[in-house]
Write a protein of this length. Structure first.
Lengths: 425, 104
């Protein structure tokens, strides 16, 4: 047994004064060794890569496979669409993971996982072996549920902008090009989808932009859900401030799209827009389905909440938006970052031959801008329940803002800077 | 007064006992719990300079614990910390406060 006394003796033998980072948090030092491959460098993947290195005192080797050369943040991207921020404000480098934490970052795509052999194949042709694999693949759009969006041309006209990047820029351009008196229509899928308050925030920020620059225009929110799915009271109040510009229509599930005329076909109605923005229904990123791991409802990954390991595929952990959510747990970047830390801790234990912690706790905060400065939040804390074998919201904790306010506008931007650094720096 | 002091002392010993029991069962519990704060307060409580977030690293444990308990009871007004602090037990907050106090 590698106890503290032996560790200190070993450290002393190794020579003189030894700095032991994180010793109080990890009294025995880390004996975890092995190679972990992380697929996807978003809020979940980047965080798990950094924390595996940090908490193993660089003992565990980490390779991160990410298709994009840089990280682009979905949170705060609605401010780019509204014209309050630029792409440069939400774009960051992976150099911190490379240089500070020694993560091997590969710009590549994983095409296949052989979980039995613990190997995966890269689009570039290489093969990686792993002791543990973390998939943080985010979401895939279910275009089969939106007839009319089969072609690339249709998807270039009717944008989602629900993965930040080129689509964010393109939607901003469409709004800038829209005439005064034009209609911006936003289609929201049935929950669960990535970032529950995100569509309502986007509707507010587009209305805010149009109110200032093209006041004869209109924002139509076509929600497949029967009511606002997040911060309902606060968004209802925000929508009242955009009265005359913004119209909210619940129970408006999209049936079909005619991309050429930018028309959304609903059950009983057709809505012709100048800018049609469709957030399609979603499922776990493709690599999850292709890896043979168990999905629930053919959409989301079924995991063991103590380790985020797939319930049917040993050695493969899945985090972030791709998992079947625990009760009331949102699909958010903040939550993916929290999943990542539970998973990093569990993997380090497993690689050292120890059981994962039996009491994982995660918490969430989602800030939403209702205009350029005023913000509302929703927060929650979730703790593992051994009897239910899932993570349950802690009763009495969490809540929403009393009202939209500028102080939380500052906190929201501070949150972004700190979580980006927590992932990448 | 004596009774109050006695009650407080018993309460404190109770909380400390719970802390030690939890820590013994899981030596990384304090680290893991403190990591849930990093999204807003920075990795290991080291907030990004100029972000406006309160850096927690190196804060006196008793001071931090008092603040957390005041958020939790509602004695200290907040935009969000009164809601988040209620999600943690007193024993868990003790671990978090001790962890941040030990960061340099």
């Amino acid at each position: 047994m590698w106890n503290r006394r032996e560790f200190l003796k070993g450290a002393a033998l190794a020579g003189g004064v030894v700095a032991l980072p994180g010793l109080s948090g990890c009294a025995m030092g880390s004996k975890a060794r092995g190679h972990v491959v992380v697929v996807g460098g978003g809020f979940g993947g980047a965080t798990v890569a950094k924390y595996l290195r940090m908490w193993s005192q660089m003992g565990v080797d980490v390779t991160l496979v990410e298709r994009s050369p840089q990280f682009i943040s979905c949170p705060i991207s609605n401010l780019v669409i509204g014209g309050d921020k630029q792409m440069a404000d939400i774009t960051m480098s992976y150099d911190g993971l490379r240089n500070t934490w020694g993560v091997k970052v590969l710009q590549d795509t994983v095409t296949a996982v052989d979980a039995g052999a613990r190997k995966l194949t890269l689009a570039s042709g290489g093969v990686l072996s792993y002791d543990r694999l973390v998939l943080s693949p985010g979401i895939e759009f279910m275009y089969d549920q939106v007839p009319g969006l089969e072609t690339e041309a249709a998807r270039d006209t009717v944008l989602h902008a629900w993965k930040a990047g080129a689509q964010t820029v393109a939607l901003r351009k469409q709004l800038e090009d829209m005439k005064d008196g034009g209609v911006y229509a936003l289609s929201i899928p049935k929950a669960p989808y990535r970032c529950p308050p995100g569509p309502y925030e986007r509707a507010c920020l587009v209305a805010n932009y149009l109110q200032k620059t093209k006041p004869k225009s209109k924002v139509l929110v076509l929600d497949a859900n029967e009511e606002i799915t997040s911060k309902k009271g606060l968004f209802t109040k925000a929508f009242e401030k955009y009265k005359g510009i913004l119209e909210y229509r619940p129970n408006s599930e999209l049936r079909e799209v005619d991309a050429a005329s930018r028309t959304a076909v609903l059950e009983f109605d057709k809505v012709k827009a100048d800018v049609l923005n469709v957030v399609p229904p979603q499922r776990a990123g493709d690599i999850a389905a292709k890896s043979g791991i168990k999905l629930i409802n053919n959409r989301w990954v079924d995991i063991d909440w103590l380790s985020f390991e797939s319930v049917n595929t040993p050695g493969v952990h899945v985090i972030g938006d791709a998992i079947f959510p625990a009760p009331t747990m949102p699909k958010s970047g903040h939550m993916a970052n929290q999943h990542a830390k539970v998973t990093a801790a569990a993997i380090i234990n497993l690689l050292a031959g120890e059981a994962p912690s039996s009491t994982p706790l995660v918490m969430n905060t989602c800030y939403s801008f209702v205009d350029s400065k005023n913000v509302i939040h929703v927060s929650s804390v979730h703790l593992y329940d051994a009897a239910k074998k899932t993570v349950m919201p802690v009763q009495g904790a969490g809540g929403v803002s009393a009202a939209a306010n500028e102080l939380e506008g500052k906190y929201a931007l501070s949150w972004a800077r700190n979580i980006w650094a927590d992932m990448l720096v | 007064m004596k009774l109050l002091r006695w009650t407080l002392a018993v309460g404190l010993i109770g909380a400390m006992g719970a802390v030690h029991a939890e820590e013994k069962a899981d030596p990384n519990l304090a680290r893991n719990l403190a990591a849930t704060c990093a999204n807003c307060h920075g990795t290991d409580g080291k907030a990004v300079a100029g972000s406006g977030a309160e850096a927690l690293a190196g804060t006196d444990k008793a001071k931090l614990m008092q603040k957390l308990m005041d958020f939790r009871s509602g004695a200290k007004p907040a935009t969000i910390m009164h809601q988040i602090s209620k999600g943690y037990t007193e024993a868990q907050l003790e671990l978090v406060a001790a962890y941040f106090a030990a960061r340099k």
